[in-house]
Design a protein around this ligand. Sequence first.
Ligand code: ZN
Ligand code: ZN
Ligand code: FE
Length: 768
Amino acid sequence: MSRLGPASAGPTGIRHVIRVRGTVQGVGFRPAVYRAAIASRLGGFVRNDSEGVLVEVEGPPSVVEAFPDAIRRSAPPLARIDAIEVTVTRARGDRDFHVTTSAEAAVVRAMVPTDTATCDACVRELFDPEDRRFRYPFIVCTSCGPRYTIVRDLPYDRARTTMAGFVMCAACREEYEDPTDRRFHAEPVACASCGPRVALVELGGGSGAQRRAEGDEAIVRAAALLRRGAILAVKGIGGYQLAVDARDDAAVRRLRERKRRPHKAFALMARNLAALEGIVELAPAARAALIGPAHPIVLVPKRDAGVAPSVAPRLRELGVLLPTTPLHHLLLAEGPPVLVMTSGNVSDEPIAADDDDALARLGSLADAFLVHDRPIHTRADDSVGRVVAGAIQPVRRARGWAPESVALGFDAPDVLAVGAELKSTVCFTRGGEAFVSQHIGDLGSLEARDFFGEVIARLERLLGVIPIAMAHDLHPDYTSTRWALACGTRTIAVQHHHAHVASCLVENGTRGPAIGIAFDGTGCGPAGDLWGGEVLVFDLERFERIGHLRPIALAGGEAAIREPWRLAVAALLDAGEPLEVGDLGPDARRRQIRALIEKGIASPLATGAGRWFDAVAALVGVRDAISYEGQAAIELEALAGTSEAPPYPFEIEGGTPFEIDLRPAIRAIAADLRRHVPPAAIASRFHSTMAEAVLASCRSARRTHGTDVVALSGGCFQNVLLTEGALRRLDADGFRPLVHRRVPPNDGGVALGQAAIAAHRLVGEAGG
Ligand code: ZN
Ligand code: ZN
Ligand code: FE
């Protein structure tokens, strides 16, 4: 077996350079490679650099060649390997293996690590009286802790985070430098003697006096205040949250008043899974998401016990999450077992993260502040997900999920897409990847616009990109559109619903052509008309509108969106039904709307699917006026329950584009209302009707265009009943339906679609 001759090989064998790309920094990747190399008795080194992780290994050929597999096998839980590339280099006689510290590079191409909830091992130490970090609220390791929200620059190293100001004590440094320790290069590592500290600031009721407690006393006292019904502002990972005892109805109602949030459901944080199981039902996919590294809020069916009625009035679901930081664990262990945990803001403003800003903005909302001295560099709300067809789908993508990248499937120049107006996000492309920002919110307020600019500036810097073009919506009045047009860079306008369905296509790893069903509220069509119930045949290059829902009149324009009863009147009028059906308020106001519509005054037509849901919600008496976007439709879904009902009639008319005529359904609903059919049954049948309309549209598209891939996107597909109803029908009919799993179906996903379409266009131009 042995080869003769000293010159035939290096003294210890061969040497390979192994480049690992993906989410491999700040997740304990180097120690894992180190342990694997030691176990295989290989020499060489591992280090972070600007492109990810670089490994060089040297030893017997068979062992060196098998090492990429060893890397994959030993990758830590938070790592995501996108690619491993191997090149051969000259052996140097290395017998030892080393972990070396990061090499700086001119162009930073590393991944941005995401924030991760406290891991089980750290929670055990947190509550272990023998542990040196017993009850220390900033305990972390390489598998958990803040990342994106504390990093200022890449590569991810302590000096480039908001932990830079805390000098490690000898004990922490020893763990940090020991490759065999689970805190090896855990950048935010700290302990009570060297790390951040908590404090409780109680605002004096009226007198202006403040009371201050520090350390463990602060947490114990905060928990006691919560048990007495106080509203507590807590500094979480990505910003301040407002907490209140979820069992105390008076306290929850007080929070609603102060936050100016009359109806929208509050999320709940429970001590542990056992505490959650008493108040909600947990399907396997929901449970997996709740305990996964991101710890998002998950919307799950509620039981009829355990929480105050004002937490989520009129809804069948509750948004729940588990403690995300050690501070939350300590607070919930001492205080009430279930807390309302909602973003620290007033109605739709962005979350407060800066301490002074929080005191100024939340001073009138909270009775006390649980603060600490680790700065938050980048704000991020809690993420929200919902189980759709057995897997989690993002509703709001923020802490823990953003800015994880989505592969575009092709290499492109750097592009910035600025998204829509409500549920705003932005998206940068870099090479073949798209990085969608965290949820920014509704761009209506000054604070939100500041946040929008801040997210763009910081993400641009972290990613090290210089966009050569900006993609924006066709809507001329969106804050994002105006911002892009004012930048002086080349701009690319992308139609709203094309962006919606393109985002769904891209995140599913395909490029079309496909059928796109874009059902949302209201978006801008190419001629400035109002779209929102669209059937498209499309790819990343172009789209054809082959069908749409019958338009409905928005009497009073924006007012019709805030007051769904106006849409109910419009729907009845359009269907030739008398306006006395249902409970649509006083005669006078119905006549007024009729006059507006008949004279065509301030009554633009819109094809939005959301508007039809609104109209039916008002018809069956669910809701007259709304206090948050989508409220009527959300409550209509809750009313419908989960059982399948036969659809109402509708018609598909005309050639291209065809119209999905919902008037027969409205007539049938009016007849049902006259016969006093229960509203829940009507709600249920209407959902089936819309799912059936999706199927009929897809059949028509398949006949004319021959494609069977269907992308379901737009805010209406947050509706589980609609989405699952459509999926079931499409599957049974031989279609290949795609739904969102990485970005939300709502306008939070639009930036990804814009980015993909714009990047694809730039590639096309370069190629031709
Ligand atoms: Zn940990
Ligand atoms: Zn320490
Ligand atoms: Fe939309």
